[in-house]
Write a protein that binds this ligand. Sequence first.
Ligand SMILES: COC(=O)[C@H](Cc1ccco1)c1ccncc1
Length: 130
Amino acid sequence: EEIEEATLRELRIFLREICAKLARNRTFYIFTKPVDEEVVPDYRDIIKEPMDLETMMTKIDQHEYECAQEFLCDIDLICTNALEYNPDRNPEDKIIRHRACTLRDTAYAYIKAEMDTDFEDKCREIRDRR
Ligand SMILES: COC(=O)[C@H](Cc1ccco1)c1ccncc1
């Protein structure tokens, strides 16, 4: 109902700001767009569910997140995809894995710092009821 829609609107505004802040950080540049299959032809043979910050911004606008936990699940997906596709000991793989872990930790820290726990609880109640 109306009160619930106001809560979900507030969630979307909050998630857009978090997503934009992550996308502005040059450390996370490589995670801002889908991996280009023309540049990396085997990527989608290995990674079954690609994810990136631009896609997440679109998902916010399509009302695909009903609580912050669901948003963080897609952040975790960006991270695990990078760890799985770039597993080797060479310096390039190590750098992208470090950046992926930094993205994950930074996203969790922003949400914990800026989101009221009661607000997240309310969002989860709405989600569970639907
Ligand atoms: C999230 O991005 C990736 O996992 C690709 C994988 C990749 C490997 C080779 C080309 O692309 C990537 C792109 C640029 N720098 C590091 C890794």
